[in-house]
Design a protein around this ligand. Structure first.
Ligand SMILES: [Mn+2]
Length: 281
């Protein structure tokens, strides 16, 4: 039994196609897709069409939740903030059937197949879709997560760092990110779980793809125009293999504070633009 694990595609069709092409030679039996399929890169509908056709085990990530919450009329103010423009843009272009598809995705999955270890699939952690579990920070989160589930294997995504570990007699795997990987990785990332009779082995894979083709889709789709700063941050993150977006957001909140804004939940557009000028993108 060979299971491909994909996570955090973030609307990056070029990266997803490269991964699926790479997987062709591996005789995959099942697919697990661990959330954040959409937002940040422009090809949300195309990515969801492919995911639906894979017929794998798929869950929601925090990005799906953002779009669904916005669709429900929660956070109406997002429409006025450049910081949230990529969520608003994705919501505006998403086909109805894709909105319905992400809406029916579960937040977590238990996979029990005959003859192999049981698997829990989450996006962040078993407790929160946005909790970050790292291999080398906050070990208490790993402990709490693994002791808090009955399954033998925990699949999580969200951090865009690829790693796996066997601990407390359980296996925890993060496949990294297909669309926007960090950890100095410029390529699309995924992982394979391979059942070897009595245990799983894990392999991590990286696939090079055409970044100029991806960049072109930002311009052609209109995403770049609608969300210029966010698009520059996403492209820079992909090119550098690190989380430039989070660095920018920290920078912008500091700039807001310097300008007398305290306890902000979202960054005002004038500060956002100033941060764009000063950050050096
Ligand atoms: Mn996420």
């Amino acid at each position: 039994m060979k299971i491909a694990i994909l996570s955090d595609i973030h609307g990056n069709l070029s990266a997803l196609n490269a991964v699926l092409n790479d997987l062709k030679k591996l005789n995959i039996d099942k697919y697990i897709i661990a959330g954040d399929n959409i937002i940040d890169c422009p090809s949300d509908n195309e990515v969801l069409r492919i995911i639906r056709s894979l017929n794998g085990y798929a869950i929601k990530g925090n990005r799906e939740k953002y779009v669904l919450d916005f669709n429900k009329g929660l956070h109406k103010e997002w429409i006025d903030y450049k910081q949230m423009a990529s969520v608003v843009w994705t919501h505006s272009i998403l086909y109805k059937e894709n909105l319905e598809y992400i809406n029916q995705l579960p937040e977590q999955l238990n996979i029990s197949l005959p003859g192999i270890d049981t698997i829990r699939v989450v996006h962040g952690s078993p407790f929160n879709v946005s909790e970050q579990i790292f291999s080398d920070k906050h070990p208490e989160r790993i402990e709490k997560s693994l002791k808090g589930i009955t399954e033998k294997v925990l699949i999580c995504g969200h951090t865009h760092f690829a790693w796996h570990k066997t601990i407390y007699d359980k296996l925890i795997v993060n496949p990294g990110s297909v669309g926007v990987p960090f950890n100095d990785c410029k390529f699309a990332e995924y992982a394979i779980l391979n059942w070897c009779g009595n245990h799983f082995t894990v392999t991590h894979h990286q696939v090079e793809y055409d970044l100029s083709e991806l960049e072109q889709t930002f311009f052609e789709s209109g995403l770049y125009k609608a969300c210029t700063t966010w698009s520059k941050l996403t492209l820079q993150s992909i090119k550098e293999g690190r989380d430039v977006t989070s660095d920018f957001i920290k920078f912008a909140y500091k700039l807001a504070e310097k300008n007398g804004f305290t306890n902000l939940s979202l960054i005002p557009n004038n500060i956002w633009d100033k941060a764009d000028e000063e950050f050096g993108l």
